[in-house]
Design a protein around this ligand. Sequence first.
Ligand code: SF4
Length: 246
Amino acid sequence: MTRLRLATVRPQEPEIFHSLQGEGISMGRPSVFVRLSGCNLACQWCDTPYTWFFTGHSAPHRGAQTYERRDNSVTLDIADVARTISAFDCRHIVFTGGEPLLQQPALAALCALLGPDFHIEIESNGTVALTSSFAPHVDQLNLSPKLRHSGNGDAARLNEAALQAYAADPRAWFKFVIASPADAEEVADLAARFALPADRILLMPEGTSANVLRERSIWLAALCQTQGWRFTDRLHIHLYGDTRGT
Ligand code: SF4
């Protein structure tokens, strides 16, 4: 039996839902989201802390509130996950988290069970390399390498070998979370250091309210124009607010 650890929308109910992709190069595309539990980083502004900021975790998070692991994660057999996914009339899947690439053996088994008709998109922090068994199942990688303002140490947030491999992989897009204009200098440094192609770099405003996103989008859009990078909004925040299962 192969099992996946998933986040929940409420105790024991896995966070698997149909919505529109809210961010990145596929923004607006109807997709089935599968949110996995667990993360190897601890971003202080993380908007899904219930996937990793469990009671006893000592990292600083601006929300301060920790979450009970038993209420906010559930472990399911991949056959049950495949049944839930297949019940939606949608063949575009987004595995998100947390950090979904921490569970690649189970994801590979799940994708094999689903078969070839599904388009598989991954949202990852870019610190975990693809394994040879999972890589063939992946159609698109939305990577979000973390900047200094995330609060993670350099060694934790930047895996040089993984980022170099992703830079050479045309399936990979690099989406940076930007809180202030000065963050763009850090992006430029990382782009040069890891040879990230400019046309696969996207900047996204940090924020979990429509007002903050709108304010930051004004200067961020101008900055993207200057640098030749893409801009991405957070559509789901405008449509549904900062809520689980959307
Ligand atoms: S990498 Fe993503 S899921 Fe993990 S703490 Fe950072 S923002 Fe949250």
